[in-house]
Design a protein around this ligand. Structure first.
Ligand code: ATP
Length: 597
């Protein structure tokens, strides 16, 4: 008995009773985690899970905990609609326990779904008569992986059969979590950052290793691989965790300072570059024989490879004098007739995955390259920026789709101010200031990069916009009844407690089209109950909750203290600037940044 249920095996005894955990035991733990609202308790539960898992189960378990099958940088989605899952559930109901035919079963699935709003719960209810599920985590994971990879002619029907096979072997409990994973609705209320805390906890009983864990994770953003190495080798395993071509590195981000004087005082001699308003592209290129392999990643570490056909051209590749390279760049659309750079909204038309070739011809992109992180097997993160700039200039030939971002080098606030003003006058967003001898620091830390957006001392305007998470919406009144949304609630992240705290209720400043778009998006993200990570004052409870997914850029005039908003700050005259599909909730503004602004 002890050998069968790995969950009884205590830390330290792991090697003694080295048995794979069953998916059923794993789901029992998910269910306990789901019911826990204390962040600390959740971390301890996850740590206990990590300590009980067998080595080969660590990677799949990490992905499953995040409701996925692979790291973010691998495009692997199920793309199942609720309707398909309902059809399969109706087929899998134990026919011995009901005399209903398939049509009747389908309509009872539908009415159950209507009343409880979660197909995972429906699956648990309907399949609770199934026998115990004895499959291991790995078995279920592999079955799900095969299902996700199913493609080609007739794949839809095969997918349905495959899904039915998986659910027939499930118990009520395992079906509940399987369905949520299939639909992308598994929300246990924590982010990858809590997993890092839990890894630290698994080794030390506290969060003391969170910082080194985070630093190592930023170099190679693959939490599954990372957890496996760390659990087996501990802190010394982190030292061997180096960057790898083809696996994204968390991009360096900017801090905020208000004036040019402050910047020079804090950073000394700096590079000052234009701040382009396009989309961040990290470019990994490898030449093997006559073939080139190109992978690109977004700011939030998702793969975007197929999106930039201009990189896979002789013209682009001939410009690179290296066999292996990782470049950091901002891609901006331009008008092929006038050669002028285009606004952000036009650049990101590429994000819509269809008709890429057609969009690429209409809105070609230029890649403003500003850093090089890796060349021919060598990690360049730790050498000073001026050396990286030199290597960059030797490696990239001018005049292709790549443009080396122009810069000035200065230690004069006056020159800095003039450069910044010039960027604003040419319609750019401002400037990015980079410390002359700085290492490349993934993430937002240190003072190596600072952004300079608004004019110094501009009144009635914050020095920067905020990236907020849309938490829910209020139904419309008056004119906006037609849109179905009258206002929406937004929040920022509290990194310390891994929660989301409210900062504004926005009801103005949207065009009719934006209201409509918001409604369409909101409907897809609506959930029945308040997500666990939301901290919301009772006076602000929205009519419809939304799961944390949509990030919007918000401008405001001022930040004031607030007794009702849980961030303890509120935005004055908040207005929507744009939807930020290039950001995940993990990358939204934090409470700490809000205070700094
Ligand atoms: P914002 O919302 O202000 O566009 P952000 O929150 O996406 O910025 P920040 O860290 O504030 O990220 O600013 C860095 C971003 O600016 C980068 O992610 C990149 O997309 C963009 N950028 C434009 N020009 C440059 C440049 N010369 N060097 C670095 N980043 C640049």
């Amino acid at each position: 008995m002890l050998l069968k249920t790995a969950s009884f095996v205590q830390y330290g005894e792991r090697l003694l009773y080295n048995v794979p955990m069953t998916f059923h035991d794993f789901c029992t733990r998910l269910s306990t985690i789901e019911k826990t609202s204390s962040r600390l308790e959740m971390t301890a539960l996850l740590a206990d899970l990590f300590n009980t898992l067998q080595r080969d189960d660590v990677e799949p378990a990490c992905w499953l905990l995040l409701g996925r099958l692979a790291p973010l940088y691998v495009n692997l989605e199920f793309n199942f609609a609720e309707k398909m899952v309902m059809r399969v559930l109706a087929e899998c109901v134990d026919t011995a326990s009901t005399k209903a035919d398939n049509k009747e079963r389908l309509s009872s699935v539908l009415s159950l779904f209507k009343s409880c709003g979660d197909l995972g719960d429906v699956a648990e209810h309907l399949l609770h008569t199934h026998a115990e599920d004895t499959r291991s985590i790995l078995e279920v994971f592999n079955a799900l992986l095969a299902l996700a990879k199913e493609g080609g002619v007739g794949s839809q029907e095969r997918k349905l059969q495959h899904m039915a096979e998986i659910l027939r072997k499930s118990s009520g409990l395992t079906a509940k979590y399987t369905v949520r994973i299939l639909l992308g609705t598994l929300r246990l209320g924590f982010s990858q950052m809590t997993l890092l805390d839990a890894l630290s906890w698994a080794k030390t009983g506290d969060k003391s290793l969170r910082k080194p864990l985070e630093l190592a994770y930023q170099m190679k953003a693959d939490i599954g691989k990372f957890a496996r190495v760390f659990l087996a080798e501990g802190e010394k395993g982190l030292d061997s965790f180096d960057i790898e071509l083809g696996i994204p590195i968390a991009p360096a981000l900017c801090q905020r300072l208000h004036t040019a004087d402050e910047m020079i005082e804090k950073m000394g001699k700096v590079y000052v570059e234009p701040k382009y308003d396009g989309t961040r592209v990290s470019i990994h290129i490898q030449k093997s024989g006559k073939e080139w392999h190109i992978r690109t990643f977004t700011r939030n570490l998702e793969e975007s490879s197929g999106m930039f056909p201009e990189l896979a051209t002789d013209r682009a590749l001939d410009a690179i004098d290296a066999d292996e390279i990782i470049l950091d760049s901002e891609a901006v659309g331009y008008d092929p007739e006038t050669d002028k750079l285009l606004p952000f909204q036009q650049t990101i038309q590429r994000k819509r995955k269809h008709d890429i070739e057609e969009t690429a011809a209409r809105v070609p992109l230029r890649f403003f390259v500003f850093d090089i992180l890796y060349k021919n097997g060598k990690n360049l993160l730790h050498i000073p920026l001026y050396e990286r700039k030199e290597i960059l200039e030797q490696t990239i030939k001018r005049g292709s789709v790549f443009v080396l971002a122009p810069y000035i080098i200065t230690d004069s606030p006056k020159e800095l101010r003039e450069f910044h003003a010039k960027q604003l006058s040419t319609g750019l967003e401002g400037a990015v200031i980079k410390q002359y001898a700085s290492e490349y620091q993934p993430g937002r830390r240190g003072w190596s990069w600072v952004k300079f957006k608004e004019e110094e001392g501009a009144v009635g305007k914050l020095s920067d916009t905020l990236d907020c998470i849309v938490m829910g919406y209020y139904k419309g009144q008056g004119k906006r009844t037609g849109f179905g949304v009258g206002a929406f609630l937004v929040g920022v992240r509290d990194e310390k407690s891994d929660t989301i705290r409210t900062v504004a209720k926005i009801g103005t400043g949207l065009s009719d089209d934006q209201w409509k778009e918001l409604k369409t998006r909101a409907e897809k993200l609506a959930v029945k109950s308040q997500p666990k990570e939301y901290l919301v004052h009772e006076n602000l409870i929205p009519d419809v909750w939304m799961k944390p997914s949509l990030v919007v850029e918000v401008a405001a005039d001022e930040i004031t203290n607030s007794p009702t908003h849980s961030a303890e700050k509120a935005l004055r005259f908040p207005r929507l600037e744009r939807f930020r599909d290039d950001k995940t909730p993990d990358q939204a503004t934090t409470v700490k940044e809000l205070r700094a602004i």
